[in-house]
Design a protein around this ligand. Structure first.
Ligand SMILES: *[C@@H]1O[C@H](CO)[C@@H](O)[C@H](O)[C@H]1NC(C)=O
Ligand SMILES: *[C@@H]1O[C@H](CO)[C@@H](O)[C@H](O)[C@H]1NC(C)=O
Ligand SMILES: *[C@@H]1O[C@H](CO)[C@@H](O)[C@H](O)[C@H]1NC(C)=O
Ligand SMILES: *[C@@H]1O[C@H](CO)[C@@H](O)[C@H](O)[C@H]1NC(C)=O
Length: 450
């Protein structure tokens, strides 16, 4: 629609009307066309909804920006209404127009401090106000040139308003996008779910491995029974070894579970720290450019370019990549897999030794076995005692080996996770700084004018 034309036609007619003191039906018709266009503008214009209670009290830059937009639209709206009231006067005789113009045009927001209003609407209003004064003073000599100025101002007003609304739309859309669409909570839940699952898997696998080990050794050692002859030495040392083994196995299982708890605790802490930072980033990122705009140090156009989809998407991709650092399932399981292998190796070694001891013991239970005959040979008890003692040392060292393997692996996992977070956060910051540079450049190129 060409708004320029009806405006100028109207203004010319206004001029002629005042010169001749009557208003023709044609003027009324044109006045109606222009009125209806301005009414359309008045109805279509609003981008901002009613202000929410929280955003009207919150002092954050984003809230102040929303309020500025809202206030601008309201004041712009009032201005259009005021111009419409002036147009409506043309229904009456020119005498009424002369008397009422200034009163009808009275508009407190003419002196508003609103950044956008001052840029977009006020220049036109000042000229219309001047025109009204001249009509009131019947300063017919000045009216014509004033009208021409108003006509030009109206054209500029239209294009400034269009561009401003477009930029406002971009900014508002992106602010909603930034605040609304990142699925961080969803991704965090997925991470915690995964941790819970890995936790349960590892715990049950450790429990199974230790129970199996003890079951197998018990199956063998239980066959070394107290003898009817009252020589229970052999039975006692094997039972004592089994108590020792059960104790050490329990301790290992507990220690491993504790390491797992510590690891998950630490991972959870780190995820929470990142999540906290992450939720603050969009706001932090927008703060400075919005402040600059509100201080009139930057244009709305540059702001709209800064808050564009690409920048925000880069941000989300960066955050997504950071959260991927916490997909630690395999890395967590691997050391415990190794622990299980070491445990099963120990299991086999213990089993072989116990089987030898059992066979020795069983050989003494054969019919007609007489220990005295083999007096010169070490007894099974004499042979087994140092072996079981040495095996305790072996078990100790195996348990240590397993424990320290897991500890070192988990420590390394932590380093890996931390450096992953660090480098990806850094990468994201570099992307963001690129966007910042574009914004600075936009401002330096003097595109302060809308
Ligand atoms: C891991 O499992 C233990 C025992 O079921 C539980 O107490 C702990 O909270 C779990 N940790 C995680 C991170 O799921
Ligand atoms: C289990 O082992 C711990 C540490 O080695 C030891 O202090 C404790 O006395 C043992 N308990 C039994 C019942 O052997
Ligand atoms: C988890 O880590 C936090 C912070 O490091 C610590 O205060 C808390 O005691 C830890 N909880 C457990 C169960 O280790
Ligand atoms: C984890 O291990 C499984 C099976 O070994 C493999 O299919 C999967 O791709 C691994 N995941 C990661 C993130 O390395």
């Amino acid at each position: 629609m060409d708004h320029h034309k009806p405006f100028s036609v109207l203004l010319v007619l206004l001029l002629h009307g005042s010169a001749y003191g009557t208003i023709s039906p044609k003027v009324i018709a044109l006045q109606q066309v222009l009125s209806s266009e301005l009414q359309t503008l008045e109805r279509n214009a609003l981008l901002t909804g009613p202000l929410h209670a929280e955003s009207s009290s919150d002092g954050s830059a984003i809230s102040r920006l929303r309020r500025t937009f809202h206030e601008f639209e309201r004041q712009n709206q009032e201005s259009i209404t005021a111009i419409l009231r002036v147009l409506a006067l043309i229904d009456h005789t020119l005498e009424n127009t002369i008397q009422d113009c200034e009163k009808v045009f009275h508009l407190p927001s003419l002196y508003s401090e609103n950044v956008l209003f001052r840029d977009v609407t006020r220049p036109l209003l000042l000229l219309v106000e001047q025109l009204c004064q001249q009509i009131t003073l019947e300063d017919f000599g000045q009216i014509e040139s004033s009208l021409e100025a108003v006509e030009q101002a109206a054209t500029h007003y239209r294009s400034r308003l269009d561009e401003t609304k477009r930029s406002m739309q971009v900014v508002l859309d992106e602010l909603d996008h930034i605040m609304g669409t990142f699925s961080a909570p969803l991704q965090l839940n997925a991470l915690f779910d995964q941790m819970e699952q890995v936790n349960a898997t590892i715990r049950s696998s450790i429990a199974r491995a230790t129970v199996n080990l003890l079951d197998r050794q018990h199956a063998i050692s239980d066959m070394i029974l107290p003898t009817s002859e009252g020589n229970n030495d052999m039975f006692v040392i094997v039972e004592s070894f089994m108590t020792f083994l059960a104790n050490e196995t329990d301790i290992l299982a507990e220690d491993l579970a504790e390491q797992l708890d510590d690891w998950f605790n630490e991972t959870t802490n780190m995820i929470n720290i990142v999540a906290e930072e992450v939720s603050a980033i969009p706001q932090t990122l927008m703060e400075a450019p919005i402040e600059a705009f509100l201080r009139q140090e930057s244009s709305l156009k540059c702001l709209a370019e800064y808050i564009n989809k690409k920048a925000v998407e880069k941000l989300w991709i960066g955050l997504d990549r950071i959260l991927q650092c916490f997909h630690v399932g395999n890395d967590t399981e691997r050391p415990f897999e190794m622990a299980k292998q070491l445990l099963s190796l120990a299991d086999r070694n213990i089993q072989l030794t116990l089987e030898e001891i059992l066979e020795c013991h069983q050989s003494t239970l054969r019919v007609g076995y007489d220990a005295k005959v083999y007096d010169e040979m070490a007894s099974c008890y004499e042979m087994s005692k140092p072996i079981l003692e040495a095996m305790q040392e072996y078990v100790y060292s195996k348990m240590d080996e397993i424990y320290f393997h897991v500890e070192l692996s988990m420590y390394f996992n932590e380093l890996k996770m931390e450096s992953c977070v660090y480098y990806r956060a850094r990468e994201m910051m570099l992307d963001v700084s690129e966007v910042n540079q574009r914004y600075r450049k936009c401002n330096e190129e003097g595109q302060i004018e809308l």
